[in-house]
Design a protein around this ligand. Structure first.
Ligand code: GLA
Ligand code: ZN
Length: 665
C-alpha cells in the first residue's frame, strides 16, 4: 500500500531534506507527492528550465527507498507568464479579471495557456520519463477548486459557441430545443450566443437566476468538458514522452462543477483530498466523509487513493480544531474500509510563510515529531499487516444510489423549493442505508445495475425514455427500485417534458402525482408503518391507483393522500417516496425496504455513531466497525469475532474505544 506524505521541499532549506525524509522513513512512509505548485522554480523565466533542485530531492528519496508521485505544476502559473499573457486570467460572471495573488488563475479555454502548459509538461516528462523512483504522475492540483471551472472570458465565449455548434449543428435546432422563443431570445448565429453570466434579472441574494435553464445546463456541461480537454492534453504529453506509469488526479469530495464520472475515465486510478476536520456545508462530519469515499469509489467502480488526508489543525485565516488523539488513525481506517488503497497525508510540516501558514500536518512549525507523528507511525505499521485485506478484498454492495451531474446542475439553478438540496438528498439516502449496517455504492445510470438488489434514484429529474427502459428491465428481472419526488420531469435539454408525473417513470411507479406542495422549510405530518414523521421541502399529492400505500399525510388539505407507495412490477418492486424526509425517518424506511429486497447487512446490531463496512474477496470476509464518537462502545454479539488488527477475540460483545476501530472476521 502507498503510505505517503505531501511534501514541499521548496519551502525548506536543502539541509533539512535528508532529515525530513529519514523521519518519514522511520514512520513507515514509502511515498512523497511533490511539485504541484513549483512551476516558477522549474521554469524561472520563459523557456528556461531548472530541475536541479527536484533531481536532488528525488535522489535523496531514492536513497531511502521512498517513491515519488510527481505532479505537473500547472495549478500555479508563474507571474512572468501572466504578465506576458494576461488573457490567460479567468473572468468572473461580472466580467472582472480574477488576477494574480493566489493560485488557479487560469482559464481552461485559453489556447495560449494550453501551449505553455504543454511545454512545461513536456519538459518535465522528458526529464523524468525514465526515472524509476517516480511511481505515478498527478496532473495539476484539484481541477476546479476555488470556483474555477466556470469562466466568463472571451476565450470561453468563442469556445462555447463552437461547442454548441458541434452539438446542435444548426442555430434553428438550438433555438428550438432550448426554447429560445421565451422572451424573444432566438439567436441568429452560434457566435452570438451569450455565456450565462450575470444578467439583468439576476439577484443572488434572493436566489433569482434568469438565464434559459437549457443554456445554463449546456454551459455547465461545456465548462466541465473544458477541464476534461485540458486534462487530456496533459495526459497525451506525458504519454508521448514515453511515460508508462499510472496517471492520476486529486478530485475533491463535496465538489460538483465537473462531471467526475466523465473525467475519471481518463485516469489509471483516481484520488481525492479528504479533510474530515472541515465542515463543508449543511451536512458534515464523518458520515459525509463516508458518502464522499463511496462516491469516489463509484466514479471508477474501483479502489482509489487519498492524495491529501487531513492530519492536523487546519485553516487559512483561522484554524479548525486539532484532531483528537486516535482520530487520524480512525480517518485512515475509514478511507481504507470504503476502498482506499493509497493514503497520503497532507502535509508534512506547516509552512512558515504564505497563505497556508496555519495549515498543520504531521509535524509542527518547529519541525519536531510529536503525538501526530507517533500516530501515523502506528497506523502505518498496522496498515502493513492489513495488506491482504486492503489488496484482496473489496467493498461489495447490494445497494446503490444513482447520481447524475446533469441533475446536480439543473437542480442548482432551479431548486424547486426552499431547502431543496440535491446533494443533501443523495447524502441523506446514502447514510440512511449505511445506518442499517448496509454497504451502499454511488454510481451513475450507465452502471451495470444487474448486480444490485436495490437501486435508489433520488430526485432524478432530468432523464429519458432510455433510462426508464433500463430501469424497467432491472425491475422486471427482480430488482427493487426507489424513486422520489422531482423525478422524470425534464428532458436532456432541461425542458419540462409535459408528462404526468413522475413522467418517464410513471408506468414503473404505477401512480399519478396529481398535485404537489413546495412547502419549503415548513413541516407537514405524515405517518406510515414505521411511525409518524415530518415531511418538509416538498410534498407530492398522489393518486395511488393499483399500488399499495405505505404512508399518508395526516394534516393539511391533502390529509389522507398517500406520500409513499409501492408497486409490484415484473419480479421486482418500485417504491415511490413523494416527500422529503430526514435521516431519522428514512433510516427505518430503508431498513424495511432493504429487508424486503434481501440486501446483505453486517451481522452486528446498529449503534448510533458506529459505522460498519463489509469487505470481501480472495483475502476473506471482514467487517470494519468504526466508532466515530468520543465514548467507548460495547456491541453485544451472538457469535465469536476476531479483530484482524490486534488479534483480540470477542465472545460476548465487541469493544470499541473512543475513535476505535476493529476489523472483524
Ligand atoms: C487543498 C489543496 C492543497 C491545500 C489544501 C489546504 O486540498 O489541494 O494544496 O491547499 O487544500 O488548503
Ligand atoms: Zn475563460
Amino acid at each position: 500500500m502507498v503510505y505517503g506524505i505531501d511534501y514541499y521541499p521548496e519551502h525548506w532549506p536543502q539541509e533539512r531534506w535528508a532529515e525530513d525524509l529519514s523521519l518519514m522513513k522511520d514512520a513507515g512512509i514509502n511515498t512523497i507527492r511533490i511539485a504541484e505548485f513549483a512551476w516558477t522554480l522549474m521554469e524561472p523565466s520563459d523557456g528556461v528550465y531548472n530541475f536541479r533542485w527536484l533531481d536532488e530531492v528525488i535522489a535523496i528519496a531514492a536513497e531511502k527507498d521512498i517513491k515519488i508521485v510527481l505532479c505537473t505544476p500547472t495549478a500555479a502559473p508563474p507571474k512572468w507568464l501572466m504578465d506576458k499573457h494576461p488573457e490567460i486570467y479567468q473572468k468572473d460572471e461580472f466580467g472582472h479579471v480574477r488576477g494574480f495573488g493566489s493560485r488557479r488563475h487560469y482559464c481552461f479555454n485559453s489556447s495560449v495557456f494550453m501551449e505553455y502548459s504543454k511545454r512545461i509538461v513536456k519538459a518535465m516528462a522528458s526529464h523524468y520519463f525514465n526515472n524509476e523512483n517516480v511511481i505515478a504522475w498527478q496532473l495539476d492540483n484539484e481541477f476546479g477548486c476555488h470556483n474555477t471551472v466556470r469562466c466568463y472570458c472571451e476565450d470561453c465565449s468563442s469556445s462555447f459557441s463552437k461547442w454548441l455548434k458541434n452539438k446542435y449543428g444548426a442555430i434553428d435546432a438550438f433555438n428550438e430545443k432550448l426554447g429560445m422563443a421565451f422572451w424573444s431570445q432566438q439567436y441568429n448565429s452560434f457566435e452570438s450566443v451569450v455565456l450565462p453570466a450575470h444578467t439583468v434579472c439576476d439577484n443572488k441574494s434572493s436566489g433569482m437566476y434568469a438565464h434559459n435553464p437549457g443554456l445554463f445546463l449546456d454551459y455547465c456541461r461545456f465548462a466541465s468538458d473544458s477541464v476534461g480537454d485540458y486534462a487530456a492534453m496533459q495526459i497525451s504529453e506525458l504519454r508521448k514522452a514515453g511515460i508508462t506509469t499510472p496517471i492520476t488526479h486529486n478530485f475533491m469530495g463535496s465538489f460538483y462543477d465537473i462531471d467526475y464520472f466523465k473525467l475519471a475515465k481518463q485516469f489509471d486510478f483516481i484520488a481525492w483530498d479528504c479533510y474530515p476536520n472541515i465542515a463543508h456545508g449543511p451536512f458534515s462530519g464523518l458520515p459525509e466523509v463516508s458518502y464522499n469515499h463511496d462516491k469516489l469509489r463509484g466514479y471508477t467502480n474501483n479502489k482509489f487513493w487519498i492524495m491529501e488526508q487531513d492530519s492536523g489543525q487546519n485553516g487559512w485565516n483561522f484554524m479548525h480544531a486539532t484532531p483528537n488523539p486516535g482520530e487520524i488513525r480512525l480517518w485512515a481506517y475509514q478511507a481504507v474500509a470504503h476502498g482506499a488503497n493509497g493514503l497520503v497525508y497532507f502535509r508534512w510540516r506547516p509552512c512558515l510563510f504564505g497563505t497556508e501558514q496555519y495549515w498543520h500536518g504531521i509535524l509542527d512549525h518547529d519541525g519536531i515529531p510529536r503525538q501526530r507523528y507517533e500516530e501515523i507511525k502506528q497506523t502505518g505499521a498496522e496498515m502493513l499487516s492489513m495488506s491482504d485485506v486492503i489488496d484482496n478484498t473489496d467493498v461489495v454492495s447490494d445497494a446503490c444510489v444513482l447520481h447524475s451531474f446533469d441533475n446536480t446542475w439543473s437542480h442548482s439553478y432551479q431548486w424547486h423549493a426552499e431547502g431543496f438540496d440535491y446533494n443533501k438528498i443523495l447524502y441523506t439516502v446514502h447514510n440512511s442505508i449505511l445506518r442499517n449496517n448496509i454497504n451502499c455504492d454511488v454510481r451513475d445510470a450507465e452502471a451495470d445495475l444487474s448486480t444490485y438488489k436495490l437501486v435508489v434514484m433520488p430526485a432524478y429529474n432530468i432523464s429519458s425514455e432510455n433510462v426508464a427502459k433500463k430501469l424497467t428491465a432491472y425491475v422486471e428481472n427482480g430488482g427493487h427500485l426507489v424513486i422520489t419526488f422531482r423525478s422524470g420531469n425534464r428532458d436532456e435539454f432541461n425542458k419540462i417534458n409535459g408528462l404526468t408525473l413522475p413522467g418517464y417513470f410513471r408506468g414503473l411507479c404505477g401512480i399519478d402525482v396529481i398535485n404537489y406542495d413546495p412547502i419549503g422549510n415548513g413541516g407537514r405530518s405524515a405517518s406510515c408503518m414505521i411511525g409518524k414523521f415530518t415531511p418538509n421541502v416538498w410534498c407530492d399529492i398522489i393518486d395511488e391507483k393499483e399500488t399499495t400505500v405505505l404512508a399518508e399525510y395526516t394534516d393539511g388539505f391533502y390529509k389522507g393522500s398517500p406520500c409513499i407507495t409501492v408497486n409490484n412490477h415484473g419480479k421486482g418492486k418500485v417504491y415511490y417516496i413523494g416527500c422529503n424526509m430526514d435521516i431519522d425517518a428514512l433510516a427505518p424506511l430503508f431498513d424495511y425496504i432493504c429487508l424486503g429486497a434481501d440486501v446483505e447487512r453486517a451481522d452486528l446490531r446498529p449503534v448510533p455513531g458506529v459505522e460498519t463496512v463489509i469487505r470481501k474477496g480472495a483475502g476473506g470476509e471482514f467487517i470494519f466497525a468504526m466508532n466515530y464518537t468520543d465514548a467507548a462502545v460495547y456491541i453485544p454479539i451472538e457469535r465469536y469475532y476476531t479483530d484482524k488488527i490486534t488479534g483480540t477475540v470477542f465472545t460476548k460483545s465487541i469493544y470499541l474505544e473512543p475513535y476505535g476501530v476493529v476489523v472483524l472476521y
